[in-house]
Ligand binder design. Structure first.
Ligand code: NAP
Length: 290
């Protein structure tokens, strides 16, 4: 891919600390090149101590939009004038753009990213149970997504009872019955789960032989279940391989990554974006690691 940067080129980017491993520049620049637009998407390493200065600087240079990644997703909230209801509910922002009056607005596109592959099943989820493994940042987007899809019940399973209590207390109202359970209760939950989602890093490269479920727990998985792993290196994870051996449907984290990026780019460009090109660019890149 070659692109000529001109004096008119508009700036997009992603801030994080560290940022070297971000895949966002790959998919966004692939989409920009495909659309033939005079934009460029850059990675910006921003130390937590410099977050406010960086955001002021981005305003000063008229940057169009920014993705926000770890560790800034929560810390950026006081710097954003308009926060979407979704981002407020999750407590984290991953996409920021300039409003018509020059202030910053922010939302969280991880929810759209998470639900996109599930929406292709065109199901009524209202009688269904989701089991979410882990109670960190990504689990918050997953719970908001389960509520948006209208799951009857959503269980969040974690290893720390105090964190689980804080997690459930942090939601105002949700369009799903939210329950929390400690990890030892998993054998009771798995047989009822139509969708089980791994939001922990267990099984992520290089720990590719690990799975959040033991063989005994996996043996309880319904053959008609959907196993969804937010991890995208490797593809598939051990968790998804085990689930497929049970006859379950597997969804890996690549589509969520692509769709949250596509949703952000559509906000910035205010036009349809080439999701297939974004997906293909990441598949090509990640094939080196699988
Ligand atoms: P996070 O905020 O650090 O949360 C991780 C969660 O996993 C925590 O609840 C943690 O439990 C739990 N956990 C970690 N190790 C565990 C273990 N050995 N046993 C049980 N629980 C364990 O991280 P995150 O931002 O939510 O990200 C989690 C994963 O999702 C990462 O692999 C990330 O790459 C992936 N992700 C993918 C996408 C995508 O677009 N596909 C988007 C976001 C995140 P404690 O709270 O008890 O420590």
């Amino acid at each position: 891919m070659s692109q000529i940067i001109t004096g008119k080129t508009k700036l997009l980017g992603v801030i994080g600390h560290p940022i070297e491993h971000s895949l966002s520049p790959i998919m966004h620049n692939a989409a920009i090149a495909h659309l033939g637009l005079d934009y460029v998407y850059l990675p910006f390493p921003v130390h937590p101590d410099n977050l406010q200065a960086a955001i002021s600087g981005f305003a000063a240079i008229d940057l169009v939009g920014i993705n926000i990644t770890i560790p800034h997703k929560q810390a950026i909230k006081p710097l954003i004038a308009e926060i979407s209801p979704t981002a407020k509910a999750i407590g984290a922002i991953n996409t920021v753009w300039k409003t018509s009056i020059g202030t910053w607005a922010g939302t969280n596109t991880d929810v759209e990213g998470f639900i996109a592959p599930l929406q292709t099943y065109n199901q009524d989820w209202s009688q269904k149970t989701a089991v979410v493994l882990g109670n960190g940042g990504a689990a918050r987007a997953v719970v908001a997504g389960c509520a948006q899809l209208g799951f009857g019940e959503t269980y969040v399973v974690g290893r720390n009872a105090t964190k689980l209590a804080e997690f459930i207390a942090s939601w105002d109202s949700l369009a799903t019955k939210l329950l929390v359970r400690t990890w030892d209760k998993l054998p009771l939950l798995i047989p009822h789960a139509q969708v089980i989602i791994n939001t922990t890093p267990i099984g992520m490269y290089p720990n590719v032989t690990q799975s959040p479920l033991s063989d005994e727990e996996m043996a309880l998985l319904r053959a008609d279940a959907i196993a969804y792993d937010l991890i995208y290196t490797p593809r598939p994870t051990k968790f998804l391989q085990q689930a497929q051996q049970r006859g379950a449907t597997a969804i890996d984290g690549l589509e969520m990554l692509v769709q949250q990026g596509a949703a952000a780019l559509a906000i910035w460009l205010q036009q349809p974006v080439p999701v297939d090109i974004m997906r293909q660019s990441l598949q090509n890149h990640l094939s080196k690691y699988n």
